[in-house]
Design a protein around this ligand. Structure first.
Ligand code: GLN
Length: 197
């Protein structure tokens, strides 16, 4: 099996945990902070963290347009939590100046699960992930408010999509990189392999 090179956008957030998960899922992980580094990867993960900070840093580092171009050109990408927000075409409640890379035809709501439920775990059935439920770790997580026709919902919690896919773009409200279960990363690495042909 080929070993695709998968970047992790390393501006802010839980970058290291994605490195470990990618390694276990059979990809070579690389940090992406500059356009040249982005150009050298077969796929990209946008980690959890703070989407407003990631957005501002991506603009400051001259990465926002290159990110949009690569996503438009079909580079597979996976966003967890803040990364999901970054892959959404639209944020329901953006902070001022907050931009997204976009690519997935969906509207997301930031910090959607509310104060009492800021952080929680729940087992989730995820379409495309075999072998039983995935433990969903939600940390001030977004949910998907609405999706366009080309978006496939892979998991739902409390009536809201929390994992979605549109072609080569995958996103989850939760953080599989924190659990030691690498099946979601394996699904993404498979998506990267199939995009390579
Ligand atoms: N609430 C954060 C945001 O809006 C996301 C939290 C996370 O990534 N764990 O960016």
């Amino acid at each position: 099996m080929s070993t695709p090179t998968v970047g992790v956008l390393a501006l802010q957030g839980d970058v290291r945990e994605h490195f470990a998960a990618l390694d276990a899922a059979g990809a070579e992980a690389r940090a992406v902070r500059r356009p040249e580094e982005l150009a050298a990867v077969d796929g990209l993960i946008i980690p959890g963290g703070e989407s407003t900070t990631i957005s501002k840093l991506a603009i400051a580092f001259g990465l926002m347009e290159p990110l949009r171009e690569r996503v438009r050109a079909g580079m597979p990408a996976y966003g967890s939590c803040a990364g999901m927000i970054m892959l959404a075409d639209k944020i329901l409640d953006p902070r001022s100046g907050q931009e997204t890379v976009g690519g997935i035809d969906m509207i997301v709501r930031r910090n959607a699960f509310g104060r009492q439920n800021e952080s929680f775990e729940a087992p989730l059935a995820v379409t495309g992930v075999e072998g039983g439920p995935v433990e969903g770790v939600f940390i001030r997580a977004p949910w998907v408010e609405s999706t366009g026709a080309r978006v496939e919902t892979l998991a739902v919690y409390d009536g809201h999509p929390v994992a979605v896919r549109q072609d080569g773009l995958l996103s989850t409200s939760f953080h599989p990189e924190l659990t030691g279960d690498h099946r979601v990363h394996a699904l993404f690495v498979e998506m990267v392999r199939s995009a390579l042909g």
